[in-house]
Design a protein around this ligand. Sequence first.
Ligand code: PLP
Ligand code: TYF
Length: 396
Amino acid sequence: MFAAVTPVPPDAILGLSLAYAADTRSDKIDLGVGVYRTIEGETPVMAAVKKAEAFVIDHQNSKRYTPPEGAPGFTDNILKLVFGDADVLQSGRAAAVQAPGGCGALRLAADLLNRFGARTISTGAPTWANHKPLMGAAGFDIQMLPYYDAASSSIDFDAYVEAVKKLGPSDVLLIHNCCHNPTGADLSTDQIDILAQMAKEQGFFPLIDAAYHGFAQDLEKDAYMIRAFADRVPEVLVTYSCSKNFGLYRERVGALIVVSDTAERALAIKSHALNIARANYSMPPAHGGAVVSEILGSPELSKMWRDELAAMSGEVRGNRQKLVAEAEKAGLGNRLSYITNQHGMFSLLPLNEEEVVKMRVDHGVYIVGGGRINMCGVNHTNVERLVAAFKAVTQS
Ligand code: PLP
Ligand code: TYF
């Protein structure tokens, strides 16, 4: 069977973490994989998560299978977190299933869209490197639309809209909810409104990838896109990840949220999502979902979690300011000032591939191909060296 097998390359982003770990330089800087890190370079378990885990383990008296839709209470709590008091929830137009991380939710979404005859999936360029393989495995060849303009380090919204105008009812538009990966360049609320109106008029299908809810501004503001689309168009899919905002990365917890025009249809679509999950892995892992459910179901733990999340995202915003201030101090003028207008963990540095390699090899600065940096890795102990390395590779 496997006589002719040859290895495939590992995931480029995860591979970079391995290369960083193997580097013996003490002043190396990790700006790679999208994981929150403290100034000490740690990714601690959130205090609210620790408390919820203790409760969950203490009260767990069986390892029976969980229901296919996930840990009890998980989907209801996620729907409340995402939609608040919005009418879409009151009317039953929204339903959800727990999924193994945002990746699992993306794959479920792609299989579901494929089952119902979607023809294309388009998204703005560049996009997260995993979108192509995830959608590709479900049979889609993802189409790239103009989005980020590298010359101005901002969204070319006119070019994006021109491309979106060509989409019709059998086309899917994959949109990053916030904290765009890899550019950090998010759509404004006005731009979201324009897109939602276009979806309504043209009938293309919105698929919203929400992997950083609460990491851009706050939980309310970061829900704007999902609520705007759910309000204005009959059908939306949202792939939700709890990896970043709950720090539950390895527990693999997320959700596929289905919005339809009627409660009855939402439940029917959900039944197909469960059917697809059954054909792949039957039910999601229980622990992460139980922990999220415990946190969101408890006012005390919820407050604790919200405060911790706000502190994390505030810290990342602070790191953006540090980088821009240091660049100005180092004589780069406003070359990097766009970084404080962007959101979340990532931004692109204006570096070509050769310069990205030089940053790593000559300066021990680990940056994802394309120039993506994780702002969590920038802090007052390394920002001067980082900017000096950037200057050295771009001015040599
Ligand atoms: N979508 C985007 C844009 C991401 O950056 C990520 C990674 O964190 C995911 C989805 C999925 O994350 P996970 O499967 O770890 O929940
Ligand atoms: O883009 C990132 O760094 C995160 C983490 O296969 C990630 O989204 C990277 C690769 C991968 C899964 C998650």
